[in-house]
Design a protein around this ligand. Structure first.
Ligand code: AMP
Length: 367
């Protein structure tokens, strides 16, 4: 089976690495010159709105999916009219706009931080009067890794934030003094069967994910699964969906507040390659290809650490037991995700010891 992937970044690369053993081949469509999945398949190097390229892409594959959520909605719809595109474009459109995403969560009874749309400077004043400070002003579209947002702590911050972000559709959200950030990775098959990976605890710095640690028995697992199920069933979703939450203080492990969804495999699920029975990449492919889903069970303690800016040398990484190395083939650049490592161990104590060694290597090179 030939699978088309919109986007050819590291997620596409890891999808292909998981797909070859299943006898799948890959065609990527991506305008980037340095597309790190390109060596793993055919690469149609063209813009997402290039009609000829879209026709070639559809002719070359049996079905398609995305690894990049900012593919223009029109492109997705045009592809879906010709070949199966999974998940369906509606998931992409909802996930591309923070306002429609939050409205959907509201509609499905999923708790969210208070929010208001902001289109003008006056609307920002009104939203701050309603929501209070601190608050976070975000672009509704195209924000990622903490880009396109500003934290408002005092009234003077409004002008600065408006100067930075004004002139585009925005949303103001209450600042959540969260205890933790977690994500839930769900996979839904074509027959509606759903499986969930263990809730992952995520640590960000400068808006970029640094570590992701699957939790063996998270008190919020049941709620996270319930919310992910509501979204997937509502959207008729097929494939892996990542759902990110803030955990606000409260009884019974705290309260989940929905932040955002990504209609694709996700950085907080990279640990599943070695840490789960069937990885998020394989499960996404199984789902879209109509195969039975694989087990999402944890194999044992594991943690993923991103390489940001640059990666430690293999000689040093490989010397730490239980470290699984993933370079993405990208040129080092400040704030760029160039790879990751997943550490596995037989016990939590052993994991902590190995993680400390890895963190020391990462701290020495990253930016
Ligand atoms: P996002 O692009 O929405 O995932 O935001 C990137 C990061 O900014 C999150 O992972 C949080 O660490 C922080 N952040 C975003 N929104 C809020 C919020 N409403 N309250 C507190 N922190 C936030």
């Amino acid at each position: 089976m030939k699978i088309g992937i919109l986007g050819a970044g590291q997620l596409g690369r890891m999808l292909a690495l998981a797909g070859y053993p299943l006898d799948f081949d890959f065609v990527f469509l991506d305008p980037a010159t340095e597309a790190c999945a390109a060596p793993l398949g055919a690469h149609i190097h063209a813009d997402y709105v290039d009609e000829k390229a879209l026709a070639d892409f559809c002719d070359a594959v049996d079905l398609a999916t995305y690894e990049f959520e900012n593919v223009p909605a029109k492109t997705a719809e045009s592809i879906a009219a010709r070949i199966p595109l999974l998940p369906a474009p509606v998931a992409l459109t909802v996930g591309q706009d923070r306002l429609s995403e939050k409205s959907l969560f509201d509609k499905l009874g999923i708790p969210v931080p208070r929010y208001m749309p902001v289109a003008t400077r006056e609307a920002l004043d009104l939203a701050v009067r309603n929501i209070g400070l601190p608050a976070v002003l975000k672009t509704r579209r195209l924000g990622y890794d903490g880009k396109g947002q500003a934290v408002l702590r005092k009234p003077e911050d409004l002008d600065t934030a408006w100067a930075k972000l004004g002139g585009q559709a925005l949303i103001l959200e209450a600042f959540v003094p969260f205890e933790r950030e977690v994500s839930c990775l769900a996979v839904r098959g074509q027959d509606g069967e759903m499986r969930f990976y263990p809730v992952v605890e995520n640590v960000h710095r400068d808006g970029i994910l640094r570590t992701a640690t699957p939790q063996a028995n998270d008190p919020l697992q049941r709620h996270a699964e319930d919310y992910a199920r509501r979204v997937c069933e509502h959207l008729g979703y097929v494939g892996v969906l990542a759902f990110e939450f803030f955990v606000a203080a409260g009884p019974d492990g705290g309260q989940l507040l929905a932040n955002e969804i990504a209609p694709r495999v996700h950085n907080s699920g990279h640990w599943t390659i070695e840490g789960a029975v069937c990885s998020q990449f394989e499960n996404h492919l199984r789902a879209i290809a109509g195969l039975p889903l694989g087990s999402t069970a944890l194999r044992g303690p594991s943690v993923m650490v991103n390489f940001i800016g640059d990666a430690p040398k293999n000689t040093a990484l490989a010397a730490i037991p239980g470290v699984h190395i993933h370079h993405y083939g990208k040129t080092p650049k400040p704030q760029r995700k160039v790879g990751h490592a997943t550490v596995t161990a037989a016990s939590d104590a052993e994991l902590a010891e190995r993680l400390a060694q890895l963190q020391a290597l990462v701290a020495a090179v990253e930016s």
